[in-house]
Design a protein around this ligand. Structure first.
Ligand SMILES: *Cc1c(COP(=O)(O)O)cnc(C)c1O
Length: 422
């Protein structure tokens, strides 16, 4: 980091490192000054695999010309710890390389990343199209914009494909996609949606959290913006909250970056460090989740209690053909629809009887999770159940962690046999 302003600022502080130019009179004489500016002598040359964690609110400039040269890339790049540090920059570049993007903006949560896309791309009078199966808090955010910010929001059937063209209005500025969709897992024909959007000059954004940017490559498909909840697989520890907005276009990145700055959003270097620490194992963890989840999903597909398994890699999942066309793998999150003879109370009892599956939000860590959903009340546009289904019982979303699948299957079997008998 030789271009970091901190790298030679020690000279002005009377550091003992600069023993040629510093007269003794520049050395602090009093203990309180020594306590604040101790002359340190740290040997250079330490090398390790771990990226340095640069914390800092104040960024130190070598002179006033540098401080005043705001925005001039030829001088100091670093301005203020909120906007970027070498640690956050390392994470940005690492994430962009994984997903095939050119620019990354980090946000304090996945939801903040979603919010940045809205505030960075639309204004009062604009129109947004959102899939009806979108991540719940994204829908709540859209409703807030519609109610209080003069933006119109319309929801579309996630299986609409090329039919989206008929929904695009002259003031439509943004089309959201999420594929597979939250909870119900429909895989969208993103190719057709992007083609329709491009024909009308509408920006497209995808919440690509499920694939972690590994199994689905949005920028190869012409999608403008990808959102990642790094909270999930990129962290992998069920401990960090962070989000990212990735783009391949510099002008779009600049627009979003300005919104991020105006809203004062930043992330801690310590959290960046934790995510950086997990990234090298991301592809192998995903492969393990994929293998295990498909094994459990295939076992569930044989059970009489289960009406349907909604796993993108299995043929019963709406849009399975698009998964085969567009994805190079599947991750650990999928859903099952239980037979409609089971009441909500019975399905709740089944979930609570599980011993190895914890009840909780978020996923992407080592521990398996289960949450029941009453989807009928989550799809106000009437896009559930999908066209052609005779029935739709209660849904349970499962996240398959890194436990041995033999134990997970035994747990599911025991809970089904005791709570879903008859
Ligand atoms: C978890 C999640 C988010 C939000 O991430 P947070 O960091 O929890 O705010 C957004 N989209 C999807 C699809 C998610 O699963």
């Amino acid at each position: 980091m030789s271009d970091h302003p901190h790298s030679d600022s020690t000279r002005d502080n009377g550091s003992a490192q600069d023993d040629t130019a510093t007269p003794d009179t520049a050395q602090p004489a009093f203990l309180q000054t020594l306590a604040v500016q101790p002359p340190l002598d740290i040997a250079p040359g330490f090398a390790s695999f771990s990226p340095p964690t640069h914390r800092g609110s104040t960024v130190v400039f070598r002179n006033l010309a540098e401080l005043r040269a705001h925005g001039d890339k030829s001088t100091t790049y670093w301005r203020y710890g909120l906007h970027a540090t070498p640690t956050s920059e390392a994470l940005c570049q690492h994430l962009a390389q994984i997903e095939g993007a050119r620019h990354t903006l980090l946000l304090p949560s996945g939801l903040a990343a979603i919010s940045l896309v809205y505030f960075g791309t639309v204004k009062a009078g604009d129109d947004v199209l959102v899939p009806d199966n979108v991540y719940g808090p994204n829908r709540d955010h859209a409703e807030w914009l519609a109610r209080d910010f003069g933006i119109t929001v319309r929801y579309y059937d996630p299986m609409i494909g090329a039919g989206i063209a008929a929904l695009i209005h002259p003031n439509t500025k943004l089309i959201w996609m999420e594929s597979p969709g939250s909870v119900t897992m429909e895989v969208a024909d993103t190719e057709a949606i992007v083609a329709a959007a491009k024909a009308r000059g509408v920006l497209t954004a995808i919440d690509n959290t499920w694939s972690a940017g590994v199994y689905f490559r949005p920028f190869d498909k012409g999608i403008d913006i990808s959102v990642q909840a790094l909270t999930k697989y990129q962290s992998g520890g069920s401990d960090v909250l962070m989000g990212a907005v990735l783009t391949a276009d510099s002008a779009l990145d600049a627009r979003l970056k300005r919104a991020r700055m105006l809203m004062g959003w930043g992330v801690s270097a310590d959290d960046c460090y934790l995510v950086l620490r997990s990234l090298p194992s991301l592809p192998v963890r995903l492969a393990a989740h994929d293998r295990a989840a498909r094994e459990v999903a295939e076992w569930l597909a044989q059970r009489p209690e289960v009406a349907r398994v909604l796993h993108p890699a299995l043929p019963d999942c709406p849009g399975h053909a698009f998964w085969r066309r567009d994805f190079s793998g599947a991750s650990g999150l999928f859903a099952i629809i239980l037979h409609e003879r089971y009441s909500r109370a019975q399905v709740d009892a089944f979930v609570e009887a599980l011993r190895l599956f914890a009840i909780g939000w978020s996923w992407g860590g080592a521990r398996s999770l289960a949450v029941p959903y009453h989807v009928q009340t989550m799809r106000p546009q009437g896009t559930w159940p999908p066209a052609g289904w005779q029935h739709a019982g209660e849904l349970v979303r499962l996240y398959i962690g890194l436990e041995d699948t033999r134990d997970l299957i035994a747990d599911l079997r025991a809970a089904m046999e005791t709570r879903l008998a008859g």
